[in-house]
Design a protein around this ligand. Sequence first.
Ligand code: ADP
Ligand code: MG
Length: 300
Amino acid sequence: MTDLRELEARARAGSVPTPDEGLVVCDNVVRVYRTEDVEVQALQGLDLVVREGECMALVGASGSGKSTLLAILSGLDTPTAGSARVAGHDLLSMRRRERLGYRRRTVGFVWQQTGRNLLPYLTAVENVTLPMKYTGVPRARREARATELLGVLGIAHCRDRRPAELSGGEQQRVAVAVATANSPRVLLADEPTGELDTASGEDVFAALRRANDELGATVLVVTHDPMVSGQVRRTVRIRDGRTSTETLRDGGPDGGAEEFAVLDRVGRLQLPDDYLRRYGLRHRVRLTAENDHIGVWPDA
Ligand code: ADP
Ligand code: MG
């Protein structure tokens, strides 16, 4: 699909990921919103690497910058500074034409508001075929792919119904089918279960897992829902527009989890709030170099 000359041009521009890089690489991403005389720093140097094949959750208080990050990764918005790459696309320098292709083929998106994901006058199967029309998939292939996707996501029975005839959970699962119609490398979902009850939320999350396991999409879900973050291996927490901590679940029978703090390129790290409180850490801490670890002590 990509011709060699384009690949070489990209390599010269430095936008081809090295093999050990992630599929999504955000380095010191800043997004400042300027409205009249107020300035909001929605992202203040955010670092994030997502490896191909991961299914991960992004959590954080309201206003911490989660939707801003997803808008950037989806190609809807552009960072003010820093670097952000997805599947070899440089999200800062990408021009209109590349952006359009990126949004149609490389990423899929599911919004929180069920009404925003689907066209109300089209049936489920028609909604799913629509993105494939824009990428030039032949008509017969579109129908077959849409039907297959609805089956994989457990909503074959919704095929010929319009959104108004579907439950909220069914609508969101159809939205996952729409978002994966063109086999995107990355599937982004911004609080997709936010308007749903627990049972429907679980169904939608199961659909996201299938998109990851069976359709091969790398999945990044923003959620407030502790149920969702309990089901993924890695949860990254955003605080004040920066990634602060990561929780990794080992997947063992005891459901053990390890907490990590993100260390940026220049060695800064942010300690979790509860540690600051529990150990009375303020202003500065005393560091001790041990054999295989560093001790962090209150400055008493
Ligand atoms: P979250 O999704 O984590 O709740 P957002 O990314 O929506 O957070 O917002 C982060 C910050 O940026 C908030 O302070 C919000 O008010 C501000 N913000 C978001 N979008 C805009 C915008 N279009 N114009 C101005 N400020 C915005
Ligand atoms: Mg949000």
